[in-house]
Design a protein around this ligand. Sequence first.
Ligand SMILES: CCCCC/C=C\C/C=C\C/C=C\CCC(=O)SCCNC(=O)CCNC(=O)[C@H](O)C(C)(C)COP(=O)(O)OP(=O)(O)OC[C@H]1O[C@@H](n2cnc3c(N)ncnc32)[C@H](O)[C@@H]1OP(=O)(O)O
Ligand SMILES: Cc1cc2nc3c(=O)[nH]c(=O)nc-3n(C[C@H](O)[C@H](O)[C@H](O)COP(=O)(O)OP(=O)(O)OC[C@H]3O[C@@H](n4cnc5c(N)ncnc54)[C@H](O)[C@@H]3O)c2cc1C
Length: 672
Amino acid sequence: MPLNKEIQPGDNDELTRERLQATFDTQQMAAALWGSDLARKRRELAKKVDKLTVLHDSKDMSFMTREEKLSENARKVVQMFAHVADIVEDPSDDAEMFHLSSNAIGHEGHPFGVHFVMFIPALKAQADDEQREKWLMPALGLQLIGTYAQTELGHGTNLRALETMATFDKATDEFVIHTPTVTALKWWPGSLGKSSNHAVVSANLIIDGKSYGHHNFMVQIRDENTHKPLKGITVGDIGPKMAYNASDNGFLGFDHHRIPRRNMLMRHAKVDKNGVYTKPPHAKIGYSAMVHVRSVMIGHQGMFLGSASTIAIRYSLVRRQGEIKEGSGEVKILDYQTQQHRLFPQLARAYVFMFAGKEVRELYQKVLSDMEKGETTLLADLHALTSGLKSVVTHLCVAGMEQCRMACGGHGYSRASGIPEIWGVAVGGCTYEGENMVMLLQLARYLMKAVKETKKGKSLGRLVDYLLLPQDRHSLIGRVPQGEYGPHLAAFEHIARRQIFKVADELTKLQDKGMSKEIAWQKKAVELQRAARLHTRFYLAACFHRKVQSVVDGRIREALADLYHLHLNYELLDMVNYALEDAYLKADQVDFIREDMYRLLETIRPNAISLVDAFEFSDRELRSVLGRRDGHVYENLYKWAKESELNRADVLPYFDKYLKPMMLAARQRSNI
Ligand SMILES: CCCCC/C=C\C/C=C\C/C=C\CCC(=O)SCCNC(=O)CCNC(=O)[C@H](O)C(C)(C)COP(=O)(O)OP(=O)(O)OC[C@H]1O[C@@H](n2cnc3c(N)ncnc32)[C@H](O)[C@@H]1OP(=O)(O)O
Ligand SMILES: Cc1cc2nc3c(=O)[nH]c(=O)nc-3n(C[C@H](O)[C@H](O)[C@H](O)COP(=O)(O)OP(=O)(O)OC[C@H]3O[C@@H](n4cnc5c(N)ncnc54)[C@H](O)[C@@H]3O)c2cc1C
């Protein structure tokens, strides 16, 4: 059977020649990336969106004001829901819906952004059956628009310091929601500023003067018809951001606003009409909406990096600049070793982040169904895993996307490349859902506990059982037959284990000298977050290994294995200092890794375009002139620039208002 190589009439010949070199079928690779069912659904929904003009951007969002962006995406999201049954197979499938929204709306935000990603997951996990009936059904049916209001102006990370109060009034069977200070204003919630009419609000539960810590409450904030804020509520937009400007992230304040007692989400924690409080089965069960987002972010971030890699690699196959051999003509910039070294490792990361995203979603689903039954044993593992992955993946994603942008030279800096917007959205991920450094320290806590268990000969679980294994003194990289990569993965494991035990020992020594646990932790915090990063990078490499092993088709497995081996080499070099510290690796082994990496860049080069085609991003979804599938970049860049709002007239008013009078005056002065 001929291999599918995504060639279409009208494509740039350069790209067609590139595509013909592929050693594998791109649709099969897409199935490996997304899962075969989702890959098929993505392909079909992209075709349907192409035909539905009401879902198309009315103009490039780069040329819109914020208000136009909000209005444009509100229009599209409403059209998207109106046509959803004709486009997707299963509207309750988050992944399918995400791809529909990615095609039709893009990533700059829309009024239902947080509604689906946090508000509904919070209700699913924390509302009891009666409350689900009351709010979840209307929320799923789009009768209301919700947001998740937790962060305050003064505190986002330290949830124990949140100031919003929910004081129980036994006499009326109500909670009084109040914002006592300016720092207690809710700040940042997506779609809060202008769009939402309901919010899940985190507030300190106070009963008879005693605080029980923050809990989640359902609060209606705007009238459903007039959309005006309800009495006692102040709400608005927090202003423009680095990116994500079609989202109205907002502020929210309460002036003794009353809600019924039953508006506290009571699946786990409860307050009865006498003010008797029932504790949840796990202290952090109310954090489930955050864990949900962290778990979906991994795959989404992989997709963002995949988009940037697609743009940069396709463009690098169209762009010619300079000669390698004098007189033999200008080469495609992807033929430079430096360009390959810049881009292929990012492509490999995008792949592994997507694989890890799938694994972590499976664990999340398991924990969610356990929680339904009141079972919370795996919650700590999931929290640790998602905290580490969220931090490492977002950090490497934005570093990788920046490489992609620079690899496109000047045109990468133009919004026409599409990279600035996805970069801006992805970089937000380093902050939202738990600032990266803070989340790494959460994983470090878990790892330090795991070390304690290990010392008793026990393991905390599958994620950390490698800590029980003995350390090898020397790596076997380059000492076993060429083509064996087991020692590479073993090196990731060694580096992570060594750093984890090293910092654990250092903490013990400081405490043995009389230092408190907390101060010792502070003295070693940088080393602790390094341990968390190394553990996560080992997890990612092992995940890539699992994926390659699971692929049945030989051609796909071989092409994926090239990316996997590149990933092992590149990431090991990135953290090689850890392996040199204890002479686990010797200088000749580091040279071996480098040479093998350069060899792999050459091996991957002919497959480059098909490896990015395999993401199957439609042009509509990519929103990039440089990354166009057909490769017709230059004529379309020119067309795009002509759309600039500055080109609406040859002379703009500011010339007559400011520059002309200044130049006239200068000329007059010089004539005197
Ligand atoms: C999905 C996006 C798609 C792409 C679309 C594009 C753009 C999207 C744009 C916007 C994104 C949308 C949403 C973003 C929304 C938000 O940002 S919502 C706000 C998120 N806020 C945070 O994440 C706050 C971070 N802070 C915390 O999570 C916590 O405060 C803390 C740092 C974890 C500490 O909590 P605290 O209660 O003070 O902890 P304490 O010291 O009391 O206890 C620590 C123990 O608790 C364990 N633990 C903590 N969290 C969890 C958890 N979730 N599950 C299980 N266990 C948890 C922790 O491990 C400690 O356990 P020990 O046994 O004591 O070690
Ligand atoms: C695009 C975007 C969308 C968002 N959407 C929402 C939303 O829908 N709902 C919502 O409630 N919130 C939302 N947020 C808020 C977001 O969750 C918080 O900004 C985030 O959790 C970080 O908290 P912070 O702003 O308080 O940062 P800070 O905690 O003030 O961080 C500042 C610095 O202090 C350091 N730091 C803080 N605490 C510690 C510690 N314990 N140890 C070591 N270092 C520390 C951090 O590492 C960081 O370097 C959003 C934010 C963004 C950017």
